[in-house]
Design a protein around this ligand. Sequence first.
Ligand code: ZN
Length: 263
Amino acid sequence: MNQKTRAILLRSYKYGESSRVAVFLTPGSGKIKGVLKGVEKTKSRYSKLRFFGLYDAEFRRIKGRELDVVASLEIVDDFAGIVKKSESYAVAVTIIEITTLITNFENEEIFLFGELCFVLDMLSRSGAGENPVRYLIIYILRSMYRGGFIGGFSECNVCGNKLGPFFVISSGETRCKKCVTSGKKIFIERVLASKIDGIMRGKMSEHTYLSVGNAELRKISPVTRLLLDFVLSKPLKSLDFLSSVLKKREKSSKKINTESVSL
Ligand SMILES: [Zn+2]
């Protein structure tokens, strides 16, 4: 049985002499792993493999085999602007690693697939002066909330109190002053909690990604990091890569950059 679908390439690795196995994210079937037969040969029937490229793909399921065969693969968008800026590239790599970790095989991922295409497109079109880390922070908050990994930030997770400042604790919950326990936590003002809640629940739009100021982003960043560490059980390799890229940029810019945000 063949399945035609849009698909984003998450990763690929060599398989035998001239083939590769690739892992894609699809809207209707979650992750799909398939063999690209002879893709390493000079004359290959597939479009060139682009990390985080968007494709029209056709998968063939073979009974009794663990791996699907990729019957055809045509590139739709390679988000070419991303590889032109090292920070954008490092952000995209981190977004892809997180997406790989929070998605399953055989699951419907309609929201996440759409959001991933959207954020890659925005990253690809972002200007040279823009800090791309904003896309990462906002994508993390939205994908983790919509994936059901974390709750909203509109009330205390214990007593339901909607007023006053909150704490975000290491189990990914928001709690009021009365209900907070000991252990790692981050204090956030009510206004900021509302802002984060709005980001999580907001429409998939440019406004959702661009309406957060850099000062706010700097405050949201440690909260996002705490939530990310709670959801993922292992540290991300790509985050080390991202911080080294950001440090290098910081060093090379002569004036102190007050706009910088990291994660
Ligand atoms: Zn409470």
